[in-house]
Design a protein around this ligand. Structure first.
Ligand code: 26Q
Length: 818
């Protein structure tokens, strides 16, 4: 590790406030101090960053390029300081300057270049890659506006643009010398080269300049700094806007507009495909730039392109970067004169694909018309991949046209990106064991039967450095006092805590820490929501993107039911409970937004009803994001993971809650299955249909929720309250759509397609078990400690080791500082 000199660091901060803002430390604003501190930290990172890349070049290492439309990084300053193990010294330095590090950290905008799970997973992976010493680039887009900021107005979600770059980003580094051109549209002219071979030339295209910005990814205490490279688009400036030639002028303006729009904004869709032209432009833009650079970099060190797969791997984060396949083929054939077979052989040894969802509405299928117009050369290559693949299908399954219908890449006027990704990749993985099994046996079964060797499972993980060490310092210190600090890089060892689970004093200490974290969250809620919550009540939390399959609706319907019971019988046994929600809904997802309004409406009624003596509170935390998530996980007693079984590929919030000692209340879905396997069913609350049962119902065309509605009086009461103005007297029709979705089928959509009424009573029973368990504080504490102690499997360090060994075949490096 590098030695940090406190006096020099203080001087650096003083210098930066001067140079950047012409101010002394005492005159500078908090935001200016954040900038000065961040630049000073970046200075400390630079030598490690350079040393890492020198080592990579010297050893000519194999590198993974993690291609992702999303990187949900969260704030960098605090994380960088922690990973440099510079927390204490920097705190001291700032103290001496009269600056509070927490206040400074709070000035940083939360870089939100992602929607939810998939983007945050990419961020955790980068942290682990650096910490483990694996050579890697994250490749993505430098959106000018990230995930919108959510405001709640009168209970409704309102989206506010997230101008995260307005004060500049002190950690980024523009690399203009690495800019490349990316071409769109036009047509392909076929000519012959000197040897009579066909050459494909794209003509009359529009292009933009892709300019990379690099962000350092600091490994924990090991001098390794990898790079997150995010691309911005600039106008190509070789066109003369003063030109009198009308055609040129028009084209120059169009190119400028293209450059302005491509990186403007992140699509706020989560698990939902929208066939927008700009989205495809974004995909090709960052993919083409990343692949071009990867090839140039390789060729700087090697004579011949034929062995590039020995040094380079492209990991596709879902289908969003799948044009990688065709772009790489294009470069190999058109720029390096390889034959189809040579190019195909290399491509299929370089690309690997991760599937993150089985939700059919998330599958990317691009209309041929759009795809071929925007990417004419890429489209030709996709057609040829498809043609050859269909010949393979026919050879293997003669006369079986069903197979072609199910597996073709180009079919029904669409390009099916998942099929392209599978056919061109040497590895196809799911993100939890159950998810991978569903892929193999249901959703991708034809592909699995034809190429079983490609399929593998990599259960997701999370970084304990952000979600325990940084987010929950009290618990982190407690763990370290008990078992030492090895868990920070070897989470498996956290199982050593198990011996303390039965120890009364340890249980008390643990519950005391949980209580303090609940006090911290209660203060945040008081400040942001104006709601008073009791930190002694059970904190029951569901935070994640709002989606019907995640069933926030089941949760709030159950709250409505509890409230009805309390009203009927105010003296009933009832342990005080605070139900906490946090969720952004995609801007165009009407039903999801109605559910947010419902949660807030129920909160308004319940929280202001004196007759229930504060036993029940409902809080909706505005603008849920990485920075407040860290605090929320730390304060949770109950972790709500209640998706319809088979729908949640993995979930990663479930792991963050577990690491912070919350007990899972969940269905047997995604990684919940493996969580329960690790911690034991007696330390979790499992309910609901199994994925097999759900899949069986679906194959039979669903079930009839009216049977439940007719028989079950309590459920009927709750459902009726959706439309009788009980929670929306000003507009009783507000929740009509939700009501209808639970009882009636609609077009292709089944009634209650996510089995909310079907699982309601089972959920209620599990909630009763939660209450009983919590009353026995010793038993609860034991279970909570066992959750922390059993979370070792769910570190992203383990996940990345598996990817590195089984898919990427990377070697670790050691970086020494001179
Ligand atoms: C697709 C096309 C057009 C616009 C947007 C999209 C789009 C964007 C984001 C489609 C899907 C996503 C995000 C998916 C996602 O976050 N999936 C989650 O991935 C996690 C990490 O593997 C899992 O833990 C979750 O279970 C899964 O839902």
């Amino acid at each position: 590790m590098q030695n940090i000199n406190k006096e020099e660091f203080k001087k650096s901060i003083e210098d930066y406030t001067k140079v950047l803002f012409r101010k002394s430390v005492s005159e500078a604003s908090k935001q200016q101090l954040f900038q000065a501190v961040s630049y000073s930290v970046k200075d400390l990172i630079i030598d490690q960053w350079m040393a890492t890349h020198r080592e990579y070049e010297d050893k000519d290492v194999k590198t993974v390029y993690y291609l992702s439309m999303e990187f949900l990084m969260g704030r960098a300053l605090g994380n960088n300081i922690i990973n440099m193990k510079a927390n204490n010294i920097i705190k001291e330095a700032l103290d001496e300057l009269g600056i509070d590090l927490n206040v400074i950290e709070d000035q940083e905008p939360d870089p939100a270049l992602g929607n939810g799970g998939l983007g945050r997973l990419a961020a955790c992976f980068l942290d682990s890659l650096s910490t483990l010493g694996y050579p890697a680039y994250g490749c993505g887009i430098r959106y000018k506006y990230g995930m919108f900021e959510q405001k709640i107005e009168n209970g409704f979600q309102v989206e506010v643009p997230d101008n995260w770059l307005k004060d500049g980003n002190p950690f980024e580094m523009k690399r203009s010398d690495y800019a490349v051109e990316v071409k769109f549209g036009g047509y392909v002219r076929i000519t012959k080269d000197n040897n009579g071979r066909e050459k494909f030339v794209q003509e009359n295209y529009q292009s933009v300049l892709a300019v990379p910005y690099d962000l350092p990814i600091v490994g924990y205490g090991n001098n390794v700094v990898n790079t997150l490279r995010i691309w911005d688009a600039e106008a190509i400036d070789n066109f003369n806007l003063d030109s009198f030639d009308k055609g040129d002028y028009q084209k120059a303006v169009e190119q400028q507009n293209l450059a302005r729009t491509i990186c403007e904004v992140l699509y706020p869709n989560d698990n939902h495909y929208a066939g927008k032209e700009l989205r495809l432009k974004q995909q090709y833009f960052f993919v083409s730039a990343s692949i071009q650079r990867a090839v140039i970099k390789y060729m700087e060190k090697h004579e011949d392109i034929h062995n590039i797969h020995e040094k380079v791997c492209f990991q596709l984060n879902d289908t969003h970067p799948t044009v990688t396949v065709a772009e790489f083929m294009r470069i190999l054939m058109d720029d390096y004169d390889l034959s189809w077979d040579e190019a195909w052989s290399i491509t299929t040894k370089t690309c690997a694909y991760t599937n993150h969802t089985i939700m059919s509405e998330a599958l990317e299928k691009w209309p041929l018309e759009l795809f071929s117009r925007l990417l004419p050369r890429i489209y030709q290559i996709v057609e040829e991949i498809n043609r050859r693949f269909i010949i393979e299908i026919q050879a293997k399954y003669p006369n079986d046209y069903k197979k072609i219908e199910k597996m073709a890449i180009v079919y029904d006027g669409q390009v099916k990106m998942a099929h392209l990704a599978i056919v061109a990749s040497f590895s196809v993985n799911g993100v939890a064991r159950l998810h991978t099994e569903i892929l193999k046996n249901q959703q991708l079964k034809e592909f699995y039967q034809m190429m079983p060797e490609k399929f593998n499972s990599k259960t997701n993980g999370i970084t304990q450095r952000r979600f325990l060490l940084h987010g929950n310092p009290l618990l982190a210190d407690w763990v370290t006092t008990k078992i030492g600090d090895d868990w920070i890089t070897n989470l498996q060892h956290i199982s050593e805590l198990k011996v303390y689970a039965d120890d009364l004093r340890c249980q008390k200490e643990f519950m005391q820490i949980k209580y303090q974290n609940k006090v911290r969250l209660a203060a945040y809620i008081k400040e942001h929501n104006g709601i008073e919550v009791d930190p002694r009540s059970i904190f029951d939390i569901q935070v994640k993107r709002l989606h019907e399959y995640k069933r926030q609706l089941l949760n709030i319907l159950h709250v409505m039911h509890l409230y009805n019971q309390l009203k009927k019988n105010p003296e009933m046994e009832f342990y005080p409970r605070t139900f906490i929600f946090g969720a952004k809904a995609s801007a165009g997802y009407r039903r999801a937004k109605a559910i947010i309004k419902l949660i807030n409406s129920v909160g308004d009624v319940v929280n202001n009803d004196k007759s229930i003596q504060n036993k029940l509170k409902v809080v909706f935390i505005e603008n849920y994001r990485v920075s407040n998530a860290e605090m929320i996980f730390a304060a949770a007693d109950v972790s709500e993971q209640i998706s319809t079984a088979s729908k949640e590929a993995s979930g990663t919030g479930n792991m963050k809650f577990m690491l912070n000692g919350a007990l899972t209340l969940g269905t047997m879905d995604g990684a919940n299955v493996e969580i329960v396997e690790e911690v034991g069913e007696e330390n979790a609350f499992i309910f609901g249909l199994t994925s097999d049962e759900v899949i069986k119902y679906e194959q039979e065309g669903g079930y009839n929720p009216k049977d439940i509605y007719n028989i079950d009086q309590d459920i009927r009461t709750v459902i009726t309250q959706l439309v009788n103005g009980y929670y929306s007297p000003e507009n009783p029709e507000l929740f009509r759509e939700i009501y209808n979705s639970l009882l009636d089928s609609n077009g292709g959509e089944r009634a209650d397609q996510y089995f909310i009424l079907k699982d309601f009573r089972s959920y209620e029973a599990a909630q009763k078990r939660v209450e009983e368990a919590y009353k026995d504080q010793a038993r609860w504490a034991k279970s909570a400690i066992l959750n922390v102690a059993s979370s070792g499997k769910f570190t992203s360090d383990r996940t990345i080791e598996e990817y590195a060994k089984e898919i990427w075949h990377l070697d670790k490096v050691k970086v020494e500082l001179e």
